[in-house]
Ligand binder design. Structure first.
Ligand code: NAD
Length: 486
């Protein structure tokens, strides 16, 4: 068996699945198969849930401080593998190595460190009454299913594993079948540091085989899901009748609102980054750019120049800014939206097929694409494309900008670009969304709430919101029976 045939990790052991059913993993840049993952089913899910259930009481009984020390040990060991994380993530997802290092490797380590500190600080809350004292203690929820997508594989998995185990839960990870490599590396790390067996388990496989049995499993108490909105609806339908605790981080169609009083140069740079980071495959990407009428032509000229100057190609080249899309199917979907845009009357201002060396000709490549001239309610302007395609639109008033921003079923993020911070805040408050950046984008503080409204999800993770989600508060009211003599 090749070393790139990954195994499930259950009860502290790397184990073979029960069948000989494997799924191929492809390199997005070349289209070549380079690994296999088990196509696990209900039997593997049952084993992993049983292992997590068995480990939970003793893990949950440890103090916050002891569990925080374990998170720090995992962070130390992951940090030593920083370059491996970046290289694996770049190969597995097709993203540029420089991005994989600065974003994926950096955040995966930072997530464990951040939650180690936050968990360590957890205390018991007290509320005094005239004749009694209330104390609120945080108890673990129990066994947690953590399901993640392919765009930021270890970044998002570590964002769930760290707070979940930090608060005393035991977990079953189900990473995307398209990008399993760094989840495997996390299991190797956890094995190496000697985390008690069964605290973290991993089942590889697809949504139908492994994801669905996990979300409907009667012995799973909590589901934290990040992925597409249509899948989120299925997860909710499976988990809700059993009243599992549920967090859904779903899709987005975020607006970047550009006012005439912005710093044009910085805004062009920021809006380009917001549109095309990770080939536009970040749920927070600003894929609808709304521009105040008086600077529309100047902005569009600068923006198109900026987009055309981005270097696309070999993900392992340090100077590459744009890599490949995740899969041939996804490329087809994204290209399909460009055809729809043309049918809807849109004009492609830049984009088309990138010109790449021969070794990449079977990869999933698409040049960054900007589309103008579409109505604000067209499909390309309101549906999530999740690729390097943006639409641009004009507005005349603040209210018009807010109305266009809200003209979608999604409500995850957004950005406003203006020299007037009061206006920036006012416009931000008008947008039905979970997060808005003013004069910046994806400027993350791990303490703040992260999540969306409408079709972008239910609940918040991040900082104390994660700790709250991954725990249950128990209120104990203590009244002394001593009879007072006074
Ligand atoms: P996806 O919904 O296809 O898959 C996500 C995960 O769910 C995968 O592990 C998949 O195997 C699993 N899955 C599929 N069907 C399932 C089922 N029936 N039951 C349980 N699990 C199932 O999403 P994707 O294509 O991997 O990721 C892209 C999507 O994720 C985009 O819509 C993007 O906006 C969203 N996303 C959201 C956030 C956020 O924080 N809001 C972050 C990253 C990505």
């Amino acid at each position: 068996m090749s070393s790139n045939n990954l195994m499930n990790y259950i009860a502290g052991e790397f184990v073979r699945q029960s069948s000989e059913d494997w799924m191929d993993v492809f390199e997005p840049a070349t289209g070549k198969q380079f690994a296999k993952v088990p196509h696990s089913g209900p039997q593997e899910v049952d084993q992993a849930v049983a292992a997590a259930r068995a480990a939970q009481p003793s893990w949950g009984a440890l103090t916050h401080s002891v569990r925080a020390d374990w998170l720090d040990r995992i962070a130390d060991s992951l940090e030593a593998k920083y370059e491996d994380i970046a290289a694996l993530e770049s190969r597995d997802t097709g993203k540029p190595i420089a991005l994989a290092r600065a974003v994926d490797a950096y955040r995966s380590v930072a997530n464990f460190r951040f939650f180690a500190d936050l968990v360590r600080e957890q205390g018991v809350e007290r509320f005094e009454m005239s004749d009694a004292t209330n104390i609120v203690v945080s108890k673990p929820v129990g066994v947690a299913a953590l399901i993640t997508p392919w765009n930021l594989p270890l970044y998002l998995l570590s964002w769930k594993v760290a707070p979940a185990i930090g608060m005393g839960n035991t977990v079953i990870c189900k990473p995307s079948e398209l990008t399993p490599m760094t989840a495997n590396l996390l299991m190797e790390t956890i094995h190496e540091v000697g985390l008690p067996s069964g605290v973290v388990n991993l089942v590889h496989g697809d949504g139908v085989g492994a994801g669905a049995p996990l979300t409907s499993h009667p012995d799973v108490d909590l589901v934290s899901f990040t992925g597409g909105t249509a899948t989120g609806a299925k997860v909710a339908a499976a988990a809700s009748p059993q009243f599992k605790k549920l967090s859904l981080e779903l899709g987005g169609k975020n607006a970047s609102i550009v006012f005439a009083d912005c710093d044009l140069e910085k805004t062009v740079e920021g809006v380009t980054r917001a549109a095309f980071l990770n080939q536009g495959q970040v749920c927070l990407c600003g894929s609808r750019i709304l521009i105040e009428d008086s600077i529309y032509d100047d902005f569009v000229e600068g923006f198109v120049d900026s987009v055309e100057s981005m270097k696309i190609g070999d993900p392992s080249d340090e100077s590459t800014q744009l890599g490949a899309l995740i899969s041939a199917e996804h490329l087809q979907k994204v290209e399909g939206y460009v055809s729809i845009a043309r049918e809807e009357g849109g004009e492609v201002l830049t984009g088309g097929s990138p010109c790449l060396p021969k070794e990449f000709e079977n990869g999933n490549w698409m040049a960054p694409t900007v589309i103008g001239g579409l109505p604000v309610d067209s499909r390309c302007s309101t549906e999530e494309i999740f690729g390097p395609v943006v639409t641009i639109h004009r507005f005349e008033t603040e209210q018009q900008a807010v109305d266009i921003a809200n003209n979608t079923r999604y409500g995850l993020a957004g950005s406003v670009w203006t020299g007037d911070l009061e206006k920036g805040r006012r416009v931000a408050e008008g947008i039905d969304t979970g997060m808005v950046w003013v004069n910046t984008w994806l400027h993350r503080d791990l303490r703040v709430p992260f999540g969306g409204v409408k079709d972008s999800g239910v609940g918040r993770e991040g900082g104390r919101w994660s700790l709250g989600f991954f725990s249950e508060p128990l209120n104990i009211c203590l009244k002394s029976n001593k009879i007072s003599n006074t």
